[in-house]
Every structure is written in structure tokens, then in C-alpha cells.
Design a protein around this ligand. Structure first.
Ligand SMILES: Nc1nc2c(c(=O)[nH]1)N[C@H]1C(S)=C(S)[C@@H](COP(=O)(O)OP(=O)(O)OC[C@H]3O[C@@H](n4cnc5c(=O)[nH]c(N)nc54)[C@H](O)[C@@H]3O)O[C@H]1N2
Ligand SMILES: Nc1nc2c(c(=O)[nH]1)N[C@H]1C(S)=C(S)[C@@H](COP(=O)(O)OP(=O)(O)OC[C@H]3O[C@@H](n4cnc5c(=O)[nH]c(N)nc54)[C@H](O)[C@@H]3O)O[C@H]1N2
Ligand SMILES: [Mo]
Length: 716
């Protein structure tokens, strides 16, 4: 009997066959962060994505997808996607625009920027990238080829302050080697929400018997897997780390040989940590002294041990860099730096990912040395930042727009610029209104895009190509699985088209993405043409990973060539060279008079699994998981204020207030309230002063300030 194919059934089941006309095409998700970017199988029929799944052969996500990736179709086909280039017709911020052609938009932008460059110098034009990362090397090169030192990004609030701290201590840094670590000190971070691909690897290591110590004020999904949880008061990491060091030194649990041979300033450090007995550390941090002793002993005596840090919770404080220095000092103190199963240094090859491949991203992006350009924004205020980070400090943009010192800022070209991520978001918004020319490139008509003179529609990762490398040594060059929707375009094509108009003498950028990528990958003998043969991506065989303990041969890349307990660079700029502990600028201990009226500690921006910053509120699947903005408050604090879960409450700081729903939960400790940062309905960042910043890095103190919460009537 001839088997009859039931096309209806295979269509309904979305089965990829010739009869159904459904084809599986490979791409990656870029809704989320570069640590994830999961491989995606897009089921495409008649040029439309009708279903997505995780790519099984991608070793990073191994077929899995999170709630955000699973909602990809709602993201790419959203009705609010920008559909064509737009030229402002109403007043700034009115959101009134006329559609224009790409040719006209790009010509207009080039014309305005050339004029401003001629009148005020190239440095008066800022090139900024928000949380999206994939186009960054190309934007940076465009800025520098144009002559502006002012390439900057959202990294002015993320990750770079941890890098500054680690570079001050060691000159470079590496994550724990999870597969070999026997004890993992997870100092902040919630990978179950923020980095799901890593959470699975962490659980594998736990099954193997790895010990876990978690440090953070909140109860997270990791807490139930941890042997010890140090539930410190937000922003007191320095005091806790010095307390742990105290126990290690007092009980002779530190690595004497490493310390003697490879460190600078140990005696001063040792004298300083004397002040942080477990009892003193308890009185500052709220962590019981027995737990401090227990954790110090476990971490220092289980070899090899790894320290896992995150990109932001330890440095979203006005004392962040010094706190982070104090905690990463524990790696050297216990002799776990650059050791097998300890914190192993592999320099990143491309877009923050390290896998041993050698790429020329930094050389590509820095097409002109800083010495040939004007000082960067923030250089006068944050000299350490400018010495250790090759970007301008974007938190200083609103101030320089207003003071025009040391020179005026007249134009800003933003890729995913979101003024709402700045502390004092209204202050940043107002500042943007003061410049002559603003371009924003985004997928959606955001509040920030509304402020622009010209808005350009970017496309999603499904509609373009992208080079992506993974820590596993896996590399993919994606090809569009559908054509760009409406009149949207790839960011990099926009950049290279601007380069044709603005920097025609640049030998690479005007030639297009593939030429640039081939140049960047050349030292590893990879080419785009070769990668195209592997649509799902390929493992690169025989990557040579660097040896352990590189310092034995080359010393540390610090001024002294050693790990620095006392930082030479901080000393040079007149700051305390020790990992000195200072209270957050606003805290019950540093400002008791403010705390009388605002007795609760406010921490903002701990991640939710289904939201990523401002990006997935539009998607009905993810939005439905938590339909209202909410603040988490401990039953003790809620009880005395007569607050129950679901009540409307007002959160006030000395600067402003917002109304949200209350969620009464033990997840936050008594005295602390926690709210997600990027809700569209409320301006969380208006609660925070624009100058509430760490003096070394310029990072905002998003995660330790003071507030009060009271019951109120609903909105409206
Ligand atoms: N209170 C508080 N504030 C915070 C934080 C906090 O914890 N608390 N966290 C800080 C941190 S760590 C970060 S990283 C920032 C987040 O920084 P933001 O830059 O605010 O992050 P997003 O909202 O993800 O992205 C900004 C814009 O990029 C657009 N976009 C997405 N993909 C693309 C693309 O491929 N091309 C282009 N052109 N645009 C794209 C999005 O639509 C969005 O409008 O927020 C910071 N602000
Ligand atoms: N789903 C989702 N994933 C994301 C993002 C997102 O928006 N959504 N954003 C991405 C970005 S840009 C970033 S920076 C990362 C952030 O990623 P994570 O750092 O993993 O996430 P957070 O939720 O900010 O912080 C996690 C934990 O930090 C602890 N913490 C808070 N304050 C302190 C403190 O003062 N000291 C210590 N020791 N711990 C503290 C809390 O206990 C909290 O549970 O997530 C990335 N991944
Ligand atoms: Mo971040």
C-alpha cells in the first residue's frame, strides 16, 4: 500500500519536510547577553519564522532556550518594530517623525556630523552603544577613524568596574575553571536567572561534589545548592572580604610562598585586615561571625578553589571598585590565581568571550591611538578608568553636555541608546535635549528614540549575519534566516555605509562587515567563506590554550610586575592604595540622619529570568509572567508598615518616588527592599541622584541607597 502523506498533520506539527515546505535554518538569539546567545533552529516557511527551538549541536546551549528565546517570534514580528528611517518633524521628544529613505537618512547624518566636526572638532561627536554588543568593534572604529575619542557604551555601568578592580590587583583576570574547581565562592550573581547556560554547568559541578559558598543579600535559586550563604548587607563586600582575609591570615590558611614571592604590599594589607576581626566584620555586614570563619576556612583549605564574580552587583555601589579589589585579593591570598581549577586567565578573543582563539579585535577597533585625539569624556574625573578601559565614561556625558568642559558635546550617534539606564534618568533625558543632533538606531520606537532627530530601524539577529564565538571554542557565522523585516537593516551595514560617507580613507570599514571580520580573524586562520560551510557553527580543533601560572615566566602585567595588595596606580592618582573599606555614600552607618527618614536599603536591578533590561516587556508571553512592576519587601518590614502582598506602595528616596505593587517575601533580608530596574511604566532610576557614583570607576550606586516604603492607593 502506498503511504499517503497527510500534509495537514505535518504542517500542524510544524514538521520540516518537502511536503510541508518547512525548512530549519540556523541562527543565534541575541535578545540576551553575550554569555548566552543561544543557538536557534528557526523553522521557516514561505520566508516566515513559524517556530523556534534551541540548536542541539551548539555546545553552549545544547538545545535549550530560556523564556526570552522561546518568545523570539513575538520579538521579531512585534507590531512596534521600527519600519523605516525617520526624520523628526515635531519638537524634540514629541515622537513626530516623517519616514525617509535610507539614502537620504545616511546622507543627512553624514552632512550634519561633518559640519559639526569642522566647527567643533571630531571629539564633539559621541558614538554610543547600549546593551547590544555585537556591533561594538565597528562603532568604536568608526568613532576613532572619524577622529573622536568618544566611543562609549553601557559598559560604563556594567562589567568594566570589575575589570578595573582586577587589573589594579593583577593586571588581568580569569573566571574559575568550573570543571576542575573543588570549592566555588560565588560572590554575587544569580546565574539561574542571568546566565542560564552557565547555571547548568554549575549544577554539573555540584553533582561532582564541588562545594559552594554564596555571597549576596538575596535568596536565589542557587541558595538551596549552597553549603554556606553569607547574606551581607548590600555594598559591604569590602568589609566581608577583609574579614575573611583576617581569618585566613590569623589561622595561617594563606599561601605564604605565593604571597612572599609574587605580591606587593602584603605587610600593609596584613596590618589593615587586623581591623576586620570576624566580630567587626559581622557588625558592618550583618553576616554572623561563625559563618565568616567557616567560609574563610572552607575556601582557603579546599584546593583548588575558584571565585566566581558577576558583572555588576559588587560594583553597583559608590564604593564598588575598592570592594571588588578586596574580594578578588582573596584569590591571590589563597594561591588560586591562574592555577588549574582556580581562576584561570585566558585573554578574551572577541566580544568579551575567551576561548584561546587569537583575534585582532582590539587592534581593529582602536584605529587611532588615544594620544592622537582629544581627551575622552570623563578623563579629567576618572583617570583610572581612562588608564584601564579603552572607552569614554558615559556616566559623565550629561555633565559634560551641561558644563561644556573641557569641550562641548554637540552630537550623539546611539546604537540602542536608552537614557533610562542612567542614574537620574530625567537628568540624562534633559541633557540629551540640549545637544544639536541626536541619532538613535534601535529595533523599537523607545522613549530615547523619540528624543532623536533621526531614527534608524535595526533588524534582529534572525535577519542578518553575525560572527559569534563561544567559550567552548565553537564559532558561528550566521546567515539571515529571513530577509530584514520592513525597511530595517543590520547595524553593521549601517556603520559601514556611514564609514563610506564619513571615513572613506579607512582601509577596512567602508569595505563591509565580511572584510572587517576576515581581518579580525586572520591570526586564527578562520575566514567567513570557510565558516559559511557550517551554518550551525563549528568547533575549532586544537585551540592552544595559554599555560597556567603565566606570571612565573612573565610576572603580572601590573606596574610592579606583582599582584598588588597596594595598588601603584591608585597611589599615583592620590587614592588609597589598599583595598580600603568605606561605607556606601548613603547607608544606615554613613548617613544615620538620612536613614531616620529613609530607613530601608534600596537595591535595584536584580535580574528577573524573563526580562532583559528594557527588551522583553513588549512580549505577551514574558510580560504575562509578572504583569505589574513590584518591589520585594521582607515580612518584618512589611508587617510594621501594614503592607501585604499585592498592595500598592510608594517607594521614596530623598530624590523622588514611584508607585508599585508589594511582594512580601523572605527573599530579601529585613531592612532591604529590591526592585527590578527597567520597567517601562515607572522610572526606577529617577530615585537615584545622577552623581551617586563610585569615584574611581564612575559606576552608579544602583544597589545600595536609602529609601522608605509606605502603603498607598493604586495608580491614578
Ligand atoms: N537601577 C538600575 N539601573 C541599571 C542597572 C541596574 O541593575 N539597576 N543595570 C545597569 C546595567 S548592568 C546595564 S548592562 C544597563 C542596561 O543597559 P540598556 O542599554 O538600557 O539595555 P537594553 O534595554 O537591553 O538595551 C538598550 C536598547 O538596545 C536596543 N537593541 C537591542 N538589540 C539591538 C540591536 O541589535 N541593535 C540596536 N541598534 N539596538 C538594539 C533595545 O531595543 C533597547 O532599546 O542598565 C544599567 N542600569
Ligand atoms: N534575565 C536576565 N539576564 C540578564 C540580564 C537581564 O536583564 N535579565 N542582564 C545581564 C546583565 S547586563 C548583567 S550585568 C547580569 C547581572 O547578572 P547577576 O549579577 O547574576 O544578576 P543580579 O540579579 O544583578 O544579581 C544577582 C545577585 O547579586 C546579589 N547582590 C546584590 N547586591 C549585592 C551586594 O552588594 N553584594 C553582593 N555580594 N551581592 C549582591 C543578590 O543577592 C542577587 O541575587 O545579568 C545579565 N543577564
Ligand atoms: Mo549589565
Amino acid at each position: 500500500m502506498v503511504h499517503q502523506v497527510n500534509t495537514n498533520r505535518i504542517l500542524k506539527g510544524k514538521v520540516p519536510t518537502e511536503e510541508s515546505g518547512i525548512e530549519i535554518r540556523k541562527t543565534i538569539c541575541s535578545i540576551c547577553n553575550p554569555l548566552s546567545h543561544c543557538g536557534i533552529d528557526a523553522y521557516v516557511k514561505d520566508g516566515v519564522v513559524i517556530k523556534v527551538e534551541g540548536t542541539k549541536e551548539n555546545p553552549h546551549n545544547e538545545g535549550t532556550l530560556c523564556s526570552k528565546g522561546a518568545a523570539s517570534r513575538q520579538y521579531i514580528y512585534h507590531k512596534d518594530r521600527l519600519r523605516s528611517p525617520l526624520l523628526r518633524k515635531g519638537p524634540k521628544g514629541s515622537g513626530q517623525f516623517d519616514p525617509i529613505s535610507w539614502e537620504k537618512a545616511l546622507d543627512l547624518i553624514a552632512e550634519r556630523l561633518q559640519k559639526i566636526r569642522k566647527e567643533s572638532g571630531p571629539e564633539s561627536v559621541v558614538f554610543y552603544v547600549g546593551y547590544p554588543k555585537w556591533q561594538r568593534p565597528y562603532v568604536k572604529r568608526l568613532a576613532h577613524s572619524f577622529g573622536s575619542p568618544n566611543y562609549c557604551s553601557e559598559s560604563s555601568t556594567c562589567f568594566q568596574a570589575t575589570q578595573i578592580a582586577s587589573r589594579l590587583n593583577y593586571g588581568y583576570f580569569g573566571p574559575p575553571e568550573l570543571s576542575k574547581t573543588k570549592c566555588l565562592l560565588v560572590w554575587s550573581g544569580n546565574p539561574f536567572y542571568s546566565n542560564t547556560t552557565m547555571a547548568r554547568k554549575l549544577l554539573d559541578a555540584r553533582e561532582r561534589g564541588m562545594k559552594i559558598i554564596e555571597v549576596g543579600p538575596l535568596i536565589t535559586p542557587l541558595t538551596s545548592h549552597a553549603d554556606i550563604h553569607l547574606r551581607l548587607r548590600p555594598g559591604t563586600d569590602g568589609a566581608l572580604a577583609l574579614g575573611l582575609a583576617h581569618v585566613m591570615i590569623e589561622n595561617n590558611l594563606y599561601d605564604r610562598e605565593f604571597v612572599e614571592k609574587w605580591t606587593l604590599g602584603f605587610e600593609e594589607y596584613q596590618a589593615y585586615v587586623q581591623e576586620f576581626s570576624p566580630h567587626v566584620a559581622e557588625s558592618i555586614t550583618g553576616v554572623p561571625s561563625e559563618l565568616i570563619v567557616k567560609a574563610a576556612t572552607l575556601y582557603a583549605t579546599t584546593k583548588p578553589a575558584g571565585l566566581l564574580t558577576s558583572a555588576s552587583p559588587t560594583v553597583h555601589h559608590t564604593n564598588g571598585v575598592q570592594n571588588h579589589r578586596a574580594l578578588t585579593a582573596l584569590i591571590g591570598l589563597t594561591g588560586n590565581f591562574d592555577k588549574e581549577g582556580g581562576n584561570y586567565v585566558i585573554p578574551p578573543n572577541y566580544l568579551y568571550i575567551a576561548n584561546g582563539l587569537i583575534f585582532r579585535e582590539a587592534e581593529f577597533a582602536q584605529s587611532r591611538p588615544y594620544s592622537e585625539m582629544a581627551p575622552r569624556i570623563g578623563e579629567d574625573v576618572y583617570p583610572v578608568w581612562c588608564r584601564l578601559v579603552s572607552e569614554a565614561q558615559a556616566m559623565h556625558i550629561p555633565n559634560q553636555i551641561r558644563t561644556q568642559k573641557p569641550y562641548p558635546i554637540r552630537a550623539l550617534v546611539g546604537f540602542g541608546l536608552n537614557y533610562r539606564m542612567w542614574p537620574g534618568s530625567d537628568y540624562m533625558k534633559e541633557s540629551l535635549g540640549m545637544i544639536d543632533f541626536l541619532v538613535n538606531i534601535d529595533l523599537f520606537m523607545t522613549d530615547s528614540a523619540k528624543m532623536a532627530d533621526i531614527v534608524l530601524p535595526a533588524c534582529s539577529s534572525f535577519e542578518r549575519s553575525e560572527l559569534k564565538t563561544y567559550p567552548e571554542g565553537f564559532v558561528i557565522w550566521t546567515q539571515p534566516v529571513i530577509s530584514p523585516l520592513w525597511d530595517s537593516r543590520s547595524d553593521v551595514d549601517i556603520i559601514t555605509d556611514l564609514a563610506v560617507r564619513l571615513t572613506p580613507e579607512d582601509p577596512l570599514l567602508p569595505k563591509g562587515y565580511e572584510v572587517c571580520v576576515n581581518w579580525i580573524m586572520e591570526p586564527s586562520n578562520l575566514t567567513v567563506e570557510e565558516l559559511k560551510k557550517y551554518p550551525a557553527g563549528r568547533m575549532v580543533e586544537n585551540i592552544r590554550r595559554p599555560p597556567y601560572q603565566k606570571y612565573e615566566k612573565a610576572g603580572f602585567p601590573t606596574p610592579s610586575g606583582k599582584m598588588e595588595f597596594t595598588s601603584t596606580i591608585l597611589k599615583e592618582v592620590g587614592l588609597d592604595p589598599l583595598p580600603y573599606y568605606q561605607e556606601p555614600k548613603l547607608s544606615p552607618r554613613s548617613t544615620p540622619e538620612v536613614a531616620k527618614k529613609f530607613p530601608l536599603i534600596l537595591t535595584t536591578g536584580s535580574r528577573l529570568p524573563h526580562f532583559i533590561h528594557s527588551r522583553t516587556f513588549r512580549l505577551s508571553w514574558t510580560k504575562a509572567l509578572t504583569p505589574h512592576p513590584f518591589v520585594e519587601i521582607n515580612p518584618q518590614d512589611a508587617g510594621v508598615r501594614g503592607i501585604a502582598s499585592g498592595d500598592w506602595v510608594k517607594i521614596s528616596t530623598p530624590r523622588s518616588s514611584i508607585k508599585v505593587k508589594a511582594e512580601v517575601t523572605e527573599k530579601v533580608p529585613p531592612g532591604v527592599v529590591n526592585i527590578y530596574h527597567a520597567y517601562p511604566e515607572i522610572e526606577v532610576n529617577q530615585l537615584i541622584d545622577p552623581d551617586y557614583l563610585d569615584p574611581i570607576s564612575g559606576f552608579p550606586g544602583f544597589k545600595s541607597l536609602l529609601c522608605e516604603v509606605e502603603k498607598t492607593r493604586g495608580l491614578g
